[in-house]
Design a protein around this ligand. Structure first.
Ligand code: DOR
Ligand code: ZN
Length: 453
């Protein structure tokens, strides 16, 4: 369990002499601490027991009756305490796209939504398709992010897969099997070759599977038709056929129940909150705030998606902010994308309060499953776990875009009920409390192929 993350203050990206901190040995994790940096008192554990959780050096050291003294105690009576979320599909923008979002605003948005780890997508400008670009991206995140992070490698016909893996790419993709905002599609032949290389690294390939028909894209209905549900199913099957070598596959943002069925046995499946909570019928026909790829579907399809809730492996936001100005243009010209990292867990928790889904499912699909898939240490309630927690009240409020932290300043989820965290803990430090941010020690999680040079 050592060497699993990089404290970013120790990171010198360009020479890549990153120093990994062994932080969790078996003996230390299981011993009763004489004192703790922080103790969460009266935590209702998912199995129903109430316990105190002691934390030291960023790790859970004690779960049970009150341990020794602590620098700080937080009474969690009446709160829902969740292992903080890992959002494995976030477009943090930055660089020349900082008017949409940057690491400072995006990571504040993440923390204020109970997310302590984000996995950044590589369709940046320039795209993350060279080792230098990936190292520069880590440096940019290290300099500005308030939350922990990982960076994916892009996948194009000439991406040097092994080199990207060795400089710390977490996973490969999202790989565009159809073009989307800032993402150029690759051909089936190129994908077949890329999957062979990714498989030889034992890495994970994440796929944006869509099929696009030609025609006029003038409103949400035509957008749904041009990037159809049946096209998504077909793309999933085609990608499966390209995977001649059994590479580990993950299908991003599946928007229909039929694609989830099609992906069975081919790879893990991710669904976004916007496909679960929004349908195109909830918007005026030409409202560009609802324009996203894959598109918002019909109300009936949205209900069908909830019908396969148990077969969804992971919920991720596909946080993809654009400026209001960029969205205020004729529909056909507007960029696709919906911001959502801050509202993902809050929307799901409102569904928990409405007794639509169990709390354990939210923990599984937003925290445990993405961490396991990516090889990030688990946050949770056992000694040795990463001490990232989010503490929520048991009351929902309507989403008010003015209260959110993304630079884009709007939310297509406005008005929907949501439960926002009161307090967020990252690596044992309180980094967000009652609307205020506090400094913490975010980490970079490189992929398993990372080889410090
Ligand atoms: O709607 C989308 N926007 N879908 C994507 O796959 C990319 C994203 C973006 O980066 O804006
Ligand atoms: Zn995508």
């Amino acid at each position: 369990m050592s060497n699993w993350f990089i404290r970013i203050e120790n990171l010198s990206v360009h020479i890549m002499t990153a120093i990994s901190m062994p932080i969790c040995s078996g003996e230390k994790a299981c011993s009763m601490p004489s004192s703790c940096a922080i103790v969460l008192r009266n935590v209702s554990l998912p199995e129903g027991r109430v316990a105190d959780i002691g934390v030291m050096d960023g790790i859970v050291t004690h779960v049970g009756a009150a341990g020794g003294p602590a620098d700080r105690t937080i009474d969690c009576t009446g709160l829902m305490v969740l292992p903080a979320a890992v959002d494995m599909h976030v477009h943090m923008r930055g660089g020349s796209q900082s008017a949409k979002e940057d690491w400072a605003s995006g990571s504040r948005s993440a923390l204020a939504g109970g997310v302590t780890v984000v996995v950044d997508q590589p369709n940046t400008i320039p795209p993350i398709t060279t080792p230098d670009a990936l190292c520069a991206r880590v440096f940019e995140a290290k300099s500005h992010s308030l939350c922990s992070f990982a960076i994916n490698s892009g996948v194009t016909f000439d991406t040097p897969v092994k080199a990207m893996w060795s400089v710390g790419a977490m996973a490969f993709g999202e790989t565009f099997y159809a073009p989307s905002s800032y993402g150029e599609a690759i051909t089936p032949e190129e994908l077949t070759t890329a999957l062979r290389e990714i498989q030889s690294c034992c890495a994970l390939a994440t796929i944006h599977a869509e099929e696009i028909a030609s025609g006029e894209d003038h409103d949400l209905s035509s957008h749904d038709r041009l990037r159809s549900c049946s096209g998504e199913v077909q793309a999933v099957r085609d990608v499966g056929r390209c995977n001649t070598v059994g590479c580990r596959l993950h299908f991003c943002h599946m928007s229909t129940h039929a694609s989830i069925t099609a992906a069975a046995g081919l790879g893990s499946v991710e669904v976004t909150p916007h496909h679960l909570f929004l349908s195109r019928e909830q918007f005026a026909p030409e409202d560009t705030l609802g324009k996203v790829n894959p598109p918002l579907r019909s109300e009936q399809e949205r209900k069908n998606l909830w019908g396969v809730w148990d077969r969804i492996d992971i919920i991720a936001s596909d946080h993809a902010p654009h400026t209001s100005g960029e969205k205020q243009v004729p529909f056909e010209k507007a960029p696709s994308g919906i911001p959502g990292v801050e509202t993902m867990v809050p929307l799901l928790l409102a569904a928990v309060l409405e007794k639509k889904i169990p709390l354990a499912d939210v923990i599984r699909k937003t925290s445990q499953a993405p961490a396991e898939l990516l090889g990030i240490p688990l946050a949770g309630f056992a000694p040795g776990n990463r001490a990232d927690f989010s503490l929520y009240p048991k009351t929902a409020v309507p989403i008010d875009p003015d209260m959110l932290h993304s630079r884009c300043g709007y939310s297509p989820f406005a008005g929907l009920p949501a439960v926002f965290p009161r307090t967020v803990i990252l690596g044992g430090d309180v980094v967000y409390d009652e609307g205020e941010f506090h400094p913490g020690s975010p980490a970079w999680f490189p992929g398993k192929g990372f080889f410090p040079r």
